[in-house]
Design a protein around this ligand. Structure first.
Ligand code: CTP
Ligand code: CA
Length: 229
C-alpha cells in the first residue's frame, strides 16, 4: 500500500480520534493548557475518512475547521474528553488518542475571577490528577479486538521511555515523537517511531503529518478483527 494512496481499507469501520489539548479552568477567564495544535489528530481524521472509515473526531480547543465527512464533537476539559471518548468508543473498531490530555486540573474552580490584593503573596494552585483515558480504554475494551493507539512525546531515552509507556498504558500501538528542535508543537511535519505491543517498531521519517497518519492506519488495519462493523 503506497503511503497516502487512500486504499479504502477502512470501509465499514468506525474510528474515534481525539485531537488538540485540554484546558482546565481556574476561573471564568483562566485555564491550565498545553501547546498541542491538533494538526496530527486532524490529519488522522482526514486520512481515515479517505480510506473509507466512519470517523468521530473529538477535538479539544483546536479552533480548526471540521474536516469534510467527519463527525466532530467539541470538548474543553479532560473530564469532558473522557466522557466523549467513552461514548464514541462504545461501537468503535479503533480509538486513537492523539490529544494532549492535561495530567492535572485545579482542585477547585473559582466562580468569580481570582483577584490580586495589594501586599498579598499569591496562593499556590492546588491540583488533582485527571483520569488516564488511554489506560482506561485499553484496560476495558468496549468491544473485543478493538485497536487502541496512543501518542507520546519523549526526551532523553526516547525509545526506552516509549516501550515503558506502551506497557504501562496497555494500548496496541504507541506513536513516539522525540521532542526537540524542528519537532516542536504546532509544526507541519514530524518524525516518529510507532511501537507495537507485539514488539514491532516502525520508524516514520521526518515528513508531513498525513504520512505519519497513513502509517498509523497501515498498522491499525491488519490488527482489526475480521469483518466490518
Ligand atoms: N493520555 C490520556 N489521559 C491522560 C494523559 C494522557 O488518555 N490523563 C494519553 C494521551 O492522549 C496520549 C498518551 O496517553 O495518547 C500518552 O500521553 P503522555 O502525556 O505521554 O502520558 P502520561 O501517562 O501522562 O505520561 P507523562 O508523565 O510522561 O506525561
Ligand atoms: Ca502527560
Amino acid at each position: 500500500l503506497a503511503r497516502g494512496a487512500a486504499a479504502p481499507d477502512l470501509t465499514g469501520r468506525h474510528v474515534v480520534i481525539s485531537a488538540g489539548g485540554t484546558r482546565e479552568p481556574l476561573d471564568p477567564v483562566r485555564y491550565l493548557g498545553n501547546r498541542s495544535s491538533g494538526k496530527q489528530g486532524y490529519a488522522l481524521a482526514r486520512t481515515a475518512a479517505a480510506r473509507g472509515a466512519r470517523v468521530t473526531l473529538i477535538e479539544a480547543n483546536t479552533g480548526m475547521t471540521d474536516p469534510a465527512g467527519v463527525d466532530v464533537v467539541r470538548v474543553g476539559t479532560a473530564v469532558q474528553l473522557r466522557e466523549a471518548v467513552l461514548k464514541a468508543a462504545a461501537d468503535a473498531d479503533a480509538v486513537v488518542m492523539a490529544a494532549a490530555v492535561a495530567d492535572f486540573r485545579p482542585l477547585s474552580y473559582a466562580e468569580g475571577k481570582i483577584k490580586k490584593k495589594d501586599g498579598e503573596e499569591p496562593v499556590p494552585v492546588a491540583l488533582v490528577r485527571n483520569p488516564d483515558i488511554l489506560a482506561e480504554i485499553s484496560a476495558e475494551r468496549a468491544r473485543p479486538g478493538q485497536v487502541v493507539v496512543g501518542f507520546a512525546a519523549e526526551t532523553d531515552d526516547v525509545l526506552a521511555n516509549g516501550r515503558h509507556k506502551l506497557r504501562r498504558k496497555g494500548c496496541d500501538l504507541l506513536v513516539v515523537n522525540e521532542v526537540g528542535e524542528r519537532k516542536t508543537f504546532g509544526a507541519e511535519e514530524s518524525e516518529a517511531v510507532v511501537l507495537a505491543a507485539d514488539g514491532g517498531e516502525t520508524p516514520v521519517p521526518y515528513g508531513p503529518k498525513e504520512a505519519l497518519a497513513d502509517t498509523v492506519w497501515d498498522l491499525v488495519a491488519p490488527r482489526l478483527p475480521a469483518g466490518a462493523s
